[in-house]
Design a protein around this ligand. Structure first.
Ligand code: LUZ
Ligand code: MOS
Length: 750
């Protein structure tokens, strides 16, 4: 089954926000961002700009009829800065003009005077100054204080990981227009149409039923449009509402890179204690999350960091604290993995340090501590259907880890200017929104008189293939060809109160809701068929668009059955509602059963390092991954490959730099390097684990969006091992991304 969008994507026919034909009188909004990272606005003079031809109006916070607040979790983020600016490029005003050149001219004529305040970019410094976005949280298991006594080895270290730009191909954007009777219609490139609806209603001070948000598809999101599509969409809606004309706001690449938040950088300290037989007895870590200037999704991301801070290992005594620190950077936000990669990097770094000190391969420690059936996670959940050991065994069987190790050491013993390195990377990722109440979805299914089917759900297609998977669900239940099915746009008037398409759970949540709706319709149609055949409903089934009675085809086709149901006045429309069963979490105890299931996998990663230049190549990424019983192996493999590449980029080359004063230095593709085809591994080979998937996964096909990102983390440690082979005097440190210049310094460090 191909991705339904494949042909239209490759021929340029798929429609995105910018392909919507603009209406007459459409105006264009351009955002004036703060020139300063932190300060108070002393003076804002718009008069010269307003007098230019083509300028319709310039909006500031003073024009907002409702609340000047777009905070998703905490009401701490303004749409337009009021008295104070908290990060460079923070929106201060929206210039609305008939065209872009006019707006650009106006932009230059706005006089803004800011009295500078000290800007903080370092999360540790922020914490010292008491700048926390929310109270800190700690996960604990066992008794850490006494556990150290039973350890033969104890190691301590520090870990840094950097930000990451989402670089969705389609930048943030929205198109809003009045829809009559004080209503607004908004097309937005968002993962969360209901959030746009809610915040628009709040800012305009109108009820939610006056706001309709529609999403056809996104040109990528990666988490960057879970929360941060809001600002742009609400600005378009505000201007449209007040000017009573259509308004479009889209960011150019530079503004998008400067204005929007990224993956959170983290700075962390760890302490790990082990016994002689490599068992991790104790693990303590304190992580400083660089949240930026407002909470955005930081509280939820902090939580997922805690949940994944022991990755795939059972550690009996732990204490992990995360501080969510307020800094003068754009509010950092969701990004594939949602804080888990940052936490996982810390425990893997601790293991790498222990391995280096104990002079053994890290995999000895990894293997000795793998989660096993019924082991307890730090957060109280018991591990079920733990396929980690199986993935690792299959990895070894298929790719022979020891043989790769031997090849590498024989290569390295030739002492050329090249060195190879290897690392094993296990993955364990919890599926469900960590916030239990977000784990629900709805679907609306219409079967039309001619037998064709229209499906609406809350899922947003962003290139990940969710629409294809949804179509497969309906096609399987009704046993009709995929050509009979249309997945409609995601629209808040058809499916309401949705969670964003996020947390790798879009297909599970919306697919299960769809399954419920389709099964109800099928039941009704079978009942119609039963009366047409004068038999009981149990005797009826539908196969290949034909009614079957007692296992044999009748001469009633799908179309005839639908037509008969219609004439019989049977409803051909149905809603399905799904809420993930058996999940809960008690924040007062930090214990519960937050995840529907876990996704497991293991990878071996090898790299080749040029020790003269510090440049490197990821040689092979060999994986055994637990997809469950995949309903679409091609789509899942695509998610796998994309995730691996994005993880490698985060760990090795993507470096978001700010000056000490908080000005972004990497706001274009000439200064911010993302992986291209030349930095792709020579080989990415992924074998699906042969395993039955868990019940709550849609048709037992496991969630796949985020988990593979984590394999990329292994590249960091493979590179470290290559450096060590060239420079045995070097003591490994943990400062991602490990760029060629950092590698060169370490190759020759004494
Ligand atoms: N978004 C969210 C997410 O709101 N909650 C989550 O737990 C989550 N996890 C992964 C990605 N996005
Ligand atoms: Mo997300 S990081 O929006 O699943």
């Amino acid at each position: 089954m191909n991705n339904l969008d494949a042909s239209n994507h490759t021929t340029g026919r798929s429609l995105y926000l910018d392909d919507i034909p603009v209406l007459k009188n459409t105006r264009y909004g351009f955002i004036l961002g703060s020139p300063s990272p932190h300060g108070t606005i002393v003076h804002l003079d718009l008069s010269a700009a307003l007098s230019l031809p083509g300028i319709s109006r310039i909006f500031t916070w003073k024009d907002i009829p409702g609340k000047n607040d777009i905070g998703g979790i905490i009401p701490d983020e303004t749409l337009f800065a009021q008295d104070t600016v908290h990060y460079q490029s923070q929106p201060v005003a929206l210039i609305v003009a008939t065209d872009e050149p006019a707006a650009r001219k106006a932009m230059k004529l706005i006089k803004i005077e800011i009295s500078e305040l000290e800007a903080i970019t370092d999360p540790r410094l922020a914490r010292e100054k008491g700048q926390l976005l929310i109270p800190s949280r700690t996960f604990r298991m066992g008794e850490i204080s006494t556990a150290w006594e039973s350890c033969d080895y104890i190691f301590e270290g520090r870990v840094e990981s950097g930000a990451q730009e989402h670089l969705y191909l389609e930048t943030q954007g929205a198109y809003a227009y009045p829809a009559g009777n004080g209503c607004m219609k908004i097309h937005s490139s968002t993962q969360g149409p209901s959030l746009i609806q809610k915040v628009t209603a709040r800012v305009l001070d109108i009820p939610m039923n006056r706001v309709e948000v529609d999403v056809a598809r996104l040109g990528g999101a990666f988490g960057g449009k879970e929360d941060q599509a809001t600002g742009v969409a609400v600005m378009a809606a505000l201007a449209s509402y007040l000017l009573d004309c259509p308004v479009k706001v889209t960011l150019n690449r530079g503004d998008d890179m400067r204005m929007t938040g990224k993956r959170h950088p983290y700075s962390s300290d760890f302490r790990i204690g082990l016994t002689k037989d490599y068992r991790i007895k104790a693990f303590r870590a304190v992580l400083y999350q660089n949240g930026g200037a407002a909470a955005d999704l930081s509280p939820a991301i902090m939580e997922r960091t805690l949940f994944h801070s022991t990755n795939a290992y059972f550690i009996p005594n732990t204490e992990v604290t995360v501080h969510s620190c307020r800094t003068n950077l754009p509010p950092n936000t969701a990004f594939r993995g949602f804080g888990a990669p940052q936490g996982i990097f810390v425990i893997e770094a601790a293991i790498a340090m222990a391995a280096a000190e104990m002079k053994i391969p890290a995999r000895f420690i990894q293997e000795a501590n793998f989660m096993k059936e019924n082991d307890e996670f730090q957060y109280g959940q018991r591990a079920k259907d733990v396929n980690l050991g199986k993935c690792y065994a299959a990895l070894d069987r298929d790719f022979r880890i020891e043989k790769i190790e031997k090849e590498i050491s024989s290569f390295n013993s030739q002492k050329t200017i090249f060195r190879k390195g290897m690392a094993v990377m296990p993955v364990c990722f919890g599926i469900s929104f960590t916030n239990t109440s977000m784990n629900h979805a709805r679907a609306l299914v219409h079967i039309y008189q001619d037998g064709s089917i229209g499906i609406s759900t809350g899922a947003v297609e962003m290139g990940q293939g969710v629409n294809t998977k949804l179509a497969q669900v309906a096609a399987r239940v009704f046993s009709v060809g995929i050509g009979k099915i249309k997945i409609e746009t995601t629209n808040t008037s058809r499916v309401a109160n949705t969670s964003p398409t996020a947390a790798s759970s879009g297909a599970d949540l919306n697919g299960n809701a769809l399954l419920i709706a389709c099964n109800r319709l099928l039941e009704r149609l079978r009942s119609v068929a039963a009366s047409m055949n004068n038999c009981s409903i149990e005797e009826i089934a539908i196969h290949d668009e034909t009614v079957h009675k007692n296992g044999s085809p009748t001469d009633i086709t799908w179309e005839q059955l639908v037509r008969a149901a219609f004439l019989d006045r049977v409803s051909l429309s149905e809603n399905g509602h799904y809420a993930t069963p058996r999940i809960f979490f008690d924040k007062t105890k930090e214990k519960g059963n937050p995840f529907s299931y876990h996704v497991y996998g293991s990878a071996v990663i090898t790299v080749v390092l040029d020790c003269l230049r510090g440049t490197y190549k990821t040689d092979r990424v060999l994986i055994v991954h637990d997809f469950g019983n995949s309903i679409n192996p091609a789509i899942d493999m695509g998610q796998m490959e994309g995730g691996v590449m994005q993880g490698i980029g985060w760990m090795t080359m993507e470096e978001v730099l700010f000056s000490k004063e908080g000005k972004m230095l990497t706001d274009s593709l000439s200064t911010y390097k993302v992986p291209d085809i030349y930095s792709a591994p020579e080989v990415v080979e992924c074998h699906p684990l042969e395993a039955e998937g868990p019940e709550p996964a849609i048709f037992k096909s496991k969630a796949v969006g985020e988990p593979p990102f984590m394999y990329g983390i292994g590249v960091y440690f493979a590179l470290q091992n290559a450096i060590k082979s060239f420079n045995p005097a070097w003591k490994p440190d943990f400062d991602a991304p490990l760029t060629p210049e950092k590698i060169l310094m370490r190759l020759y460090a004494r």
